[in-house]
Design a protein around this ligand. Structure first.
Ligand code: APR
Ligand code: ZN
Length: 343
């Protein structure tokens, strides 16, 4: 099958405007490219960022979506790792396997992505072949695709393409949560709840969940949060509340909201001497976040993550999911679109 495919896609024509579902033509895969039939896709907050009117520098029109799972429809010349019928997850970050960063086990940030851009400028990544998953078919480069287990349920594991891996990995790889430690997850959306699961899996003994929407607390507690706090319930700033409850702050605050204020609150409740504050949320507009040198001199560390810092582990996360059904409870929190008529 080397024909153009006509299918439906959700197109963003300009910043701040709703998507429009229209018929598009999807070209056959060129050399080292793969055409994928997208079966399910998550709706991630980062896609909503791109719909923010201040996201003007973006290249429009564009088909967003970077949290999908599907089946290989056809492969271009030179593709050896994939064949039609393989179940796959598009990677919103490429892994070329050859640059100095790919050759190092220390990072997942391949040289092929533009590191000066924020995650919301995903479009650069798409140009070099990553995913546009709000479409029934999409073409991706072979470095931007992970083959997963044939038995994987695509409507669930699509979240491994971004939200789940980002939050879970922030706890495991970025904050490096240790058994018995204390954590505070700011924001209990899809990313934050995944971070709660990561903290629990890493053996944290106290996990604060912070959100201004108390409806998130029941699920957070089911997944491992020990204390849920709504900042709106307190007269004083939330970092002070946490500092008092923990005798000086937690080992690993994890920010999963994306505002400067909540990043600052996370750092302000990081314990002196050894605490690591992990920043996961992406702030729109590239504002700076204030850090006093004293906070760092006193032994606090700040770390940040892109895609949870995972190195080549999407197929493994899928297997973990299948073994432990880890996402089962989390799924009701995040919207997944399943394309009609798909397997
Ligand atoms: N204080 C506490 N909670 C807040 C605040 C605030 N000031 N503002 C928002 N929240 C809560 C919301 O109520 C919501 O439950 O943060 C949560 C955010 O969840 P989602 O909107 O579902 O976002 P999510 O997909 O989890 O992504 C979070 O991570 O990868 C980044 O770009 C992504 O910046 C985004 C962040
Ligand atoms: Zn690379």
């Amino acid at each position: 099958t080397t024909q153009v495919i006509n299918c439906k896609a959700a197109i963003a024509w300009e910043a701040g405007k709703p998507f429009s579902v229209e018929e598009i033509e999807v070209a056959p895969p060129k050399e080292h490219e793969i055409r994928v039939k997208i079966v399910a896709t998550g709706l991630c907050r980062t896609d909503a960022h791109a719909m923010n009117p201040c996201f003007k520098e973006g290249l429009f029109p564009v088909i967003l979506g970077h949290e999908g799972a599907g089946i290989v429809e056809s492969v271009g010349p030179g593709v050896t790792k994939f064949k039609p019928g393989d179940k796959v997850i598009p990677l919103y970050m490429p892994q070329c396997g050859q640059c100095k960063f790919c050759l190092s086990p220390k990072t997942n940030l391949c040289d092929k992505i533009s590191k000066v851009k924020t995650p919301i400028s995903d479009q650069d990544l798409m140009l070099d072949g990553t995913s546009s998953t709000f479409s029934e078919y999409t073409v991706v480069g072979e470095n931007s695709l992970a083959k997963i287990d044939a038995a994987a349920p695509l409507d669930k594991v699509c979240l491994i393409g971004c939200g789940f891996s980002t939050g879970y990995g922030a706890a495991i790889n970025t904050a490096k949560v240790e058994p018995g430690s204390s954590c505070a997850v700011f924001g209990l959306g899809g990313v934050g709840l995944s971070a709660v699961m990561g903290c629990k899996a890493a053996g944290a003994s106290r996990i604060f969940g912070i959100d201004i929407n108390k409806d998130k607390f029941a699920l957070a507690k089911e997944l491992g949060a020990t204390d849920c706090l709504n900042p709106l319930d307190f007269q004083k700033p939330i970092h002070k509340v946490i500092n008092e409850m923990t005798n000086g702050g937690v080992d690993c605050p994890i920010e999963c909201i994306g505002t400067i204020d909540t990043m600052k609150a996370a750092l302000d409740c990081t314990t002196v001497d050894w605490g690591t504050c992990a920043i996961v949320g992406a702030a729109v507009g590239g504002q700076a976040f204030p850090v006093s040198p004293m906070q760092l001199i006193m032994g606090r560390k700040i770390n940040a993550t892109f895609f949870g810092g995972h190195v080549e582990c999407v197929p493994k996360l899928v297997l973990d999911y299948m073994a432990f059904n880890l996402l089962q409870e989390g799924k009701s929190n995040q919207t997944v679109l399943v394309f009609k008529g798909s397997a």
